[in-house]
Design a binder for this molecule. Structure first.
Ligand code: ZN
Length: 366
């Protein structure tokens, strides 16, 4: 807040309750004004008094008169002009924002400053717009508290709050008018249309989530059907295990043909791709300088067509859904990973790589 503490009172209240600016009145007691805060008679000090024009209490003064004056003046301006800019109606749910139709520059049919709602809510202004009621709160020092907002909400009447806390208390009538009618920050305290739209957005989100889940479920069902077919096809295949002799010499033969979850994703029986993993990838270092981890190994197997095309691109969502259909399903990379994690061998440690590689090199050279 600025201009608050040291601002002089520049608005007095005429007997007809109307606020007038110091520039509009006669000097001294002839101003015929009382204090908007405490109703004590005011004296107009003008340039003839060699001061910046302002009102002084004719007697003991009150504090906070400039705030009260600004508040009353703002309400009076709205009631007199019967126009108002209301905030845009925007429904927000999560990351989704939807602008709702409706003018923001509105004409009021009716505005009342002194209004006691039947339920005891006292708005700063009660106005009607195209037959609809609207409460207008004008903030000079304290924003509308939660309790009042709750009661307005319960009451179901649209309400906005206009924030004048940054307007100097001794601002000219033109500045106050521009601020309260148009430019000062304003927000909806309650608007049923916005609340309903938020409910709509929430329902849309739920529906699209349900639809996505259904779609994923049916994709998973199809994937598992293919998976079972793929597994069934291995028994009839008679492919021989590559580098069988080398693996036997290295004492690694027990590490091929391991039944891991997800082996149906491969285009060959487990013994074959696992032998490839051992001889080409781990010992032959075909993945180059890359760390020998499950994903690069799976990529290598994919490049060399050891992974069946249907299972090359299984997202983690689809994988999770497919596992619900069939507990022994896993994406290819996870099949490779579980080969490792099962303790059959550890990619980088258990196999004495240097020794093994030299033995393998000998074998491969033959
Ligand atoms: Zn006063």
């Amino acid at each position: 807040m600025f201009g608050s503490d040291r601002a002089e009172l520049v608005y007095g209240q005429k007997s007809g309750r109307k606020l007038v600016h110091i520039s509009e009145v006669e000097r001294g007691l002839k101003c015929d004004c009382v204090c908007p805060g405490c109703s004590i008679q005011l004296v107009a000090r003008t340039k003839a008094d060699k001061v910046v024009p302002h009102f002084a209490h004719y007697g003991p003064g009150c504090s906070g008169a400039p705030e009260t004056a600004l508040h009353k003046l703002a309400k009076q301006i709205v009631a007199d002009s019967l126009t108002l800019v209301v905030p845009k109606r925007i429904a927000i749910h999560g990351a989704v924002e939807r602008a709702l139709p409706g003018a923001t520059d509105i004409k009021l049919e009716f505005a009342r400053i002194e209004y006691n709602d039947p339920d005891g809510i006292v708005p700063d202004l009660y106005v009607t717009v195209k037959g609809h009621e609207l409460f207008v709160e004008v903030v000079v020092t304290h924003p509308c508290d939660e309790e009042k907002i709750r009661r307005i909400r319960e009451h179901g009447i649209a309400a906005i709050e206009i924030d004048l806390s940054r307007i100097p208390r001794d601002a000219s009538p033109e500045i106050v008018a521009d601020a309260v009618l148009r430019t000062a920050p304003r927000r909806w305290l309650f608007n049923k249309t916005i609340d309903d739209a938020v409910i709509g957005l929430r329902e849309e989100e739920q529906n699209s989530r349900i639809a996505a889940e259904k779609k994923l479920q049916s994709e998973a069902g199809r994937l598992i059907k293919d998976y079972l077919t793929s597994m069934g096809s291995f028994s009839s295949k008679s492919d021989s295990v590559p580098r069988m002799d080398a693996l036997r010499d290295l004492g690694l033969l027990q590490h091929v043909g391991v039944d891991v979850a997800g082996y149906g994703c491969f285009s060959v029986p487990p013994a074959i791709w696992q032998a490839v993993v051992l001889t080409e990838v781990l010992l032959g270092r075909k993945t180059g300088k890359q760390l020998v981890k499950a994903v690069p190994i799976a990529n290598y197997l994919e490049t060399h067509r050891f992974i069946a095309p249907l299972f090359r691109r299984v997202s983690s969502e689809l994988e999770a859904a497919a596992i619900k259909e069939h507990g022994r399903f896993a994406a290819p990379w996870r099949a490779v990973y579980s080969l490792n994690a099962k303790g059959n061998f550890e990619f980088d440690r258990t196999i004495p790589l240097d020794r093994s590689r030299s033995v393998l090199d000998l074998r491969l050279k033959r």
